[in-house]
Write a protein that binds this ligand. Structure first.
Ligand code: FAD
Length: 394
């Protein structure tokens, strides 16, 4: 497909690009092209994430993004026609240090003030709610029943298909290689399929957003960080639901996070999905699975969910978090170049915030009130050295 001009060029066909396109189209801005380097949408970070969706954040701005996003996910199929396999079986955070207990007490108070129902549990109650869970050393836990997991591919395709039905064009297999700027304004995007004249670009390139920003002369402080996910079955080909394995892991899709170690797990069909951050991981674009990291994860996993000690790892992949210095995203106009907008840098919690973030950016682009406090997400905060940011990053 050759495109010569567009009112808005969205660079990146992950959940952010798709959500922004959908919400712009709903506002009547339809002369849009979404440009994606890969053959399919949602193959970047979006296609490699754990699907987790939660209200439980420390920054009120993120709690607000969650409230709006989760409400949209709840009506997603009715609004877009695409199912997203959304299970609201809750998120349970396990807290083992005095510091995290104090921080979560403050977070829960903020969440409740915003109208989110979050429970404060003791370790015994946490154990009662999660078959197979060991709570040695756990001081307290928090639980929000409306948190859950959904299908990132479904959400991205749902937004993209609805946007396309409204007239938005999607160019796959097309790489952006340059951005033309004249007199401090965007005038065009150079791609592997030719140049597109445009006065506006949206940088939705996730972990690659720094590179796209540089093409426009804008510094975008986002660095890629590899994160692993493993899938376990009790033994190859067997389900955790088989009578012999029942009770060793949860039957529901509940997400459990051991906050001190960042080890987390949830049921994924007949298997169990789990992961953990590696504090030694340096930033970079390599997404090769480091199998030598697995024993480190398993060592922690066995202390919380002993069933994983004997399990068969049937599948593993690695993807990239898109880290900013304060672990909050950048949403809005970028730098001094007119016509450049950014929606990237969600630092590992972007899938769940794509619905509200795309809606808010669409409003900004259309010159409307975004109805959310976007100042914690402003590009200018880095130059201003503003303190703050998100503490509850897993
Ligand atoms: C292991 C893992 C687990 C995660 N778990 C969760 C979770 O449970 N919950 C949650 O909310 N978030 C989670 N995340 C984070 C989440 O996946 C991201 O925040 C989110 O997907 C970011 O979406 P995006 O659209 O900004 O980026 P991406 O999905 O990476 O999309 C960017 C797109 O830009 C394209 N692109 C880049 N450069 C160019 C170019 N030059 N030309 C054209 N196209 C280009 C890329 O191909 C890519 O498709 C996880 C991430 C990982 C890696």
């Amino acid at each position: 497909m050759a495109v010569e001009s567009a009112e808005v060029c969205i660079i990146g066909g992950g959940c952010m690009g798709a959500s922004t396109a959908y919400h712009l189209a709903r506002l009547g801005i339809r002369d849009i092209v979404v440009i994606e380097r890969e053959a399919q949408l949602a193959t970047g970070s979006t296609g490699r994430n754990a699907g987790g969706v939660r209200h439980q954040f420390s920054d009120p701005a993120n709690i607000a993004l969650s409230i709006e996003s989760i409400a949209l996910l709840e009506r997603f199929e009715a609004e877009t026609g695409t199912p997203i396999d959304f299970w609201q079986d809750g998120y349970l955070f396990l807290l083992s240090s005095e510091a995290s207990e104090a921080a979560f007490r403050a977070n829960v108070s903020l969440q409740r003030t915003a109208g989110v129902e979050v429970e404060w549990l003791d370790a015994g109650e946490a154990a009662r709610r999660v078959p197979g869970l060991v709570v040695d050393g756990v001081r307290a836990a928090t639980f929000c029943a409306r948190d859950g997991i959904a299908d990132p591919n479904g959400v991205t395709m749902g937004f993209a298909k609805a946007a396309q039905a409204a007239g938005v064009r999607v160019m796959r297999d097309t790489e952006v290689t340059g951005i033309d700027i004249e007199g401090g304004r965007v005038t065009g995007v150079v791609t592997s399929r030719g140049r597109i004249s445009t006065p506006m670009i949206v940088n939705a390139a996730g972990p690659w957003a720094r590179q796209i920003g540089a093409m426009a002369g804008v510094t975008v402080p986002i660095d890629p960080l590899r994160r692993h996910i493993f899938i376990a079955q009790p033994e190859k080909g067997a389900s955790w639901d088989a009578p012999v394995h029942r009770g060793k892991v949860p039957e529901s899709r509940l997400m459990v996070i051991d906050f001190e170690t960042s080890f987390y797990f949830h049921r994924e069909g007949a298997g169990l999905l789990f992961g953990m951050g590696d504090p030694a991981e340096a930033s970079g674009f390599d997404t090769t699975v480091r199998w030598d990291f697995l024993p480190q994860v398993t060592e922690v996993a066995m202390t919380r969910l002993p069933a994983l000690g004997d399990a068969a790892i049937t599948h593993a992949w690695a993807g990239l978090y898109e880290m900013t210095p304060d672990h909050n995203p950048i949403i809005g106009p970028a730098g001094d170049v007119a016509g450049v907008f950014t929606i990237a840098g969600f630092s590992g919690h972007g899938f769940m915030h794509a619905p509200a973030a795309g809606r808010a950016l669409a409003d900004v682009i259309a010159g409307r009130d975004p109805k959310l406090n976007l100042s914690p997400f402003a590009h200018a905060r880095f130059a201003a050295g503003r303190a703050g940011g998100e503490q509850n990053v897993v």
